[in-house]
Ligand binder design. Structure first.
Ligand SMILES: *[C@@H]1O[C@H](CO)[C@@H](O)[C@H](O)[C@H]1NC(C)=O
Ligand SMILES: *[C@@H]1O[C@H](CO)[C@@H](O)[C@H](O)[C@H]1NC(C)=O
Ligand SMILES: *[C@@H]1O[C@H](CO)[C@@H](O)[C@H](O)[C@H]1NC(C)=O
Ligand SMILES: *[C@@H]1O[C@H](CO)[C@@H](O)[C@H](O)[C@H]1NC(C)=O
Ligand SMILES: *[C@@H]1O[C@H](CO)[C@@H](O)[C@H](O)[C@H]1NC(C)=O
Ligand SMILES: *[C@@H]1O[C@H](CO)[C@@H](O)[C@H](O)[C@H]1NC(C)=O
Ligand SMILES: *[C@@H]1O[C@H](CO)[C@@H](O)[C@H](O)[C@H]1NC(C)=O
Ligand SMILES: *[C@@H]1O[C@H](CO)[C@@H](O)[C@H](O)[C@H]1NC(C)=O
Length: 546
């Protein structure tokens, strides 16, 4: 018993020099004499625990503290040891840890199914945070996500930033070799004044439209040094308004997980069968149809958790609920989101500012996919009627723009139209799912043109298997999430077969694999976002700059 107490003693001293020995803990856990690590009868997971962390009072629940089974932290609060932990004068359990780091930890432990931790952004805090995790017996059980963190050593001073802060500008791309998974390889050295980088990053964070024409040079004296930093970070100039990609563009094959990917669940870092993803470059945000959580999640480019912006009040058909939303798009005019609330058979609009509930704009429709043109006219696919209609605000009927000739595989028919994409000329591209093809209906056309697949279900390059998300570049190349083949294919104009763009490495959860990719989106730089449905994550694939 004495040695157990000794462990506990060394553990609560976050800042002590005593290092907790993992192997001792393991052997103790397996000894019969060791106390039962299951929750003691009198302890409840929703108990509120008041902690004095380095002098600051922090309240949390036992559930949060015991989130990672087998960790020392969990063991401390799972049984009668608790009574032996040191307490302050007011009876609060005292842990000598840095309260800011401890809060950063609790924030993440509050999410169910935590398997990864994000390090704090302040570079000087990353090591202390790791030390704290080690002392609490968490580090070996948890993956510390460092690969999306870029360290920049500038003039001898180190800065740590989320990669996306540096890579998401509407007409510039900071290209830091991104494929490496070893955090150390992310280090970039720039021989310049550290203040200039701060100046740059501050601007990148604050500017509403992050195009580099907005970048302010600190002073004329430093203008050249500032340009050098942009150059060292390889800020590539791109035109902001056009997707600068073509048939020769390739993408880094290993994607980075920008949302979810830590198991199915309803925590704010988790997703549950995401069907679609939509990028809003102006807001530096993506919107995800977190379908089986019955909510829409807004995820800032560099965030490690999302924010519920529609639904999230359980499955149901009240005005504040959604039931398996399958698609979402942004209406700039009214600063709102338009959502296909699939199982409620309605299209709803939720304001982005006042988002306590939505209102129905189209009733009684088996909608699945949505697209909006510059006039805010809405295009909606209908799974049961096998058609796509265009709706002006206030329309009660909508105008037929594709299909509507019953279920079938003729050129004027559709068979389960799901995702849709609208180009500048209001031609509409439709994933005609059960025909395993993508069809294009030019404005006013009476029938479609097959632009991908259409050679039965299969996995050779002429075929698709349950095509989903579809997006088109300015050269009319069609990109399609070939969901059951776990790949993204590109079909150029008039091609008879597609070429592999992403995935194609079998079903799985590696960074170059998918498990039923469903939603697709481009951002302004042409990076591709994939709603990787059964991996419960959104992957981002960077354009290959070279
Ligand atoms: C990373 O950048 C360095 C120079 O900055 C270059 O030599 C190296 O080839 C790059 N690596 C990759 C994988 O792009
Ligand atoms: C980029 O900046 C320029 C200059 O301020 C502005 O005119 C343009 O609209 C911006 N582009 C975007 C996409 O915000
Ligand atoms: C940003 O884009 C605008 C418009 O395409 C261009 O004029 C400007 O030079 C670009 N700025 C930078 C720093 O890339
Ligand atoms: C693609 O590359 C080929 C060969 O380098 C070139 O001839 C062609 O013009 C390129 N296509 C586009 C759209 O840039
Ligand atoms: C935006 O709001 C105005 C005023 O409430 C309304 O008349 C208009 O139809 C709305 N437009 C959209 C796209 O919802
Ligand atoms: C749109 O129409 C114009 C004129 O008909 C044509 O030149 C252009 O290629 C079309 N663009 C697309 C994306 O179809
Ligand atoms: C691919 O599938 C099509 C349609 O079934 C078939 O005609 C073609 O021969 C197949 N090609 C290959 C290379 O297997
Ligand atoms: C990409 O991911 C695969 C599968 O995890 C891995 O084997 C490969 O080394 C990765 N490639 C790079 C360049 O990181």
């Amino acid at each position: 018993m004495q040695s157990i107490l000794c462990i506990v003693t060394s553990v609560y001293l976050c800042s002590s020099s005593m290092i907790f020995d993992e192997s001792t803990k393991v052997s103790l856990l397996h000894k019969k004499a060791a106390p039962d690590v299951r929750l003691h009868q009198s302890l409840k997971s929703h108990d509120i625990i008041s902690l004095n962390i380095g002098g600051e009072l922090i309240l949390t629940t036992r559930r949060t503290l015991t989130r990672i089974p087998k960790s020392t932290l969990a063991i401390m609060f799972k049984d009668t040891w608790e009574s032996r932990l040191p307490k302050d004068r007011n009876g609060n359990i005292f842990l000598d840890c840095n309260p800011i780091l401890f809060r950063h930890l609790l924030d993440q432990l509050q999410l169910s199914d935590t398997k990864q931790f994000y390090p704090p952004l302040e570079p000087s805090q990353v090591e202390p945070f790791k030390r704290m995790l080690r002392k609490l017996g968490l580090l070996k059980l948890i993956v510390l996500l460092e690969k999306n963190i870029v360290r920049i050593n500038i003039g001898g001073q180190t800065f740590t930033h989320h990669r996306s802060t540096l890579t998401q500008m509407s007409n510039a791309t900071v290209h830091l070799n991104s494929s490496s998974s070893h955090p150390r390889d992310n280090d970039v050295f720039i021989d310049s004044d550290p203040k200039l980088l701060e100046h740059l990053v501050e601007q990148l964070r604050e500017l509403p439209m992050k195009n580099t024409s907005y970048l302010k040079t600190p002073s004329s004296k430093q203008a050249n040094s500032f340009k050098k930093i942009l150059n060292d970070l390889r800020v590539n100039q791109r035109t902001h308004s056009s997707l600068n990609i073509n048939y020769n563009t390739t993408w880094v094959q290993n994607g980075s997980t920008i949302a979810g990917g830590i198991g199915k669940g309803e925590g704010l870092s988790q997703l549950n069968w995401p069907e679609s993803v939509c990028v809003d470059d102006d807001q530096q945000t993506i919107y995800i149809s977190d379908s089986d959580n019955h909510r829409i999640i807004e995820w800032k480019f560099d965030a490690y958790r999302g924010r519920i912006v529609a639904g999230g009040n359980g499955q149901g058909n009240r005005v504040d609920q959604l039931d398996y939303p399958t698609d979402v798009t942004v209406s700039k005019q009214n600063d709102s989101l338009v959502i296909c609330d699939c199982r409620n058979r309605r299209v709803v609009q939720w304001h982005r500012q006042d988002n306590t509930n939505g209102h129905t704009i189209i009733f009684d429709i088996d909608c699945f996919g949505l697209a909006m043109d510059n006039n805010d006219d809405l295009y909606v696919s209908d799974l049961m009627k096998n058609e796509v209609r265009r709706w002006k605000i206030g329309d009660t009927k909508g105008v037929l723009v594709a299909g509507g000739n019953g279920e079938g595989n003729q050129l004027n028919q559709l068979y389960l139209p799901t995702a849709i994409f609208l180009d500048q000329n209001q031609s509409i591209y439709i994933s005609d799912e059960k025909n395993h093809r993508v069809v294009k209906w030019i404005k006013y056309a009476k029938e479609g043109i097959v632009v991908a697949g259409g050679n039965d279900q299969g996995e050779n390059s002429t075929q698709l298997s349950y095509p989903r998300g579809v997006i088109v570049d300015h050269f009319d190349n069609v990109y399609v999430a070939d969901s059951r083949n776990n790949r993204v294919m590109r079909w150029s104009k008039d091609a008879t077969e597609g070429s592999l763009v992403l995935g194609g490495n079998g079903q799985g959860k590696q960074s170059n694999q998918f498990h039923y990719p469903k939603g697709l989106a481009f951002d302004r730089q042409g990076n591709i976002y994939v709603a990787d449905w059964d991996n419960n994550r959104v992957q981002k694939f960077d354009v290959n700059i070279n």
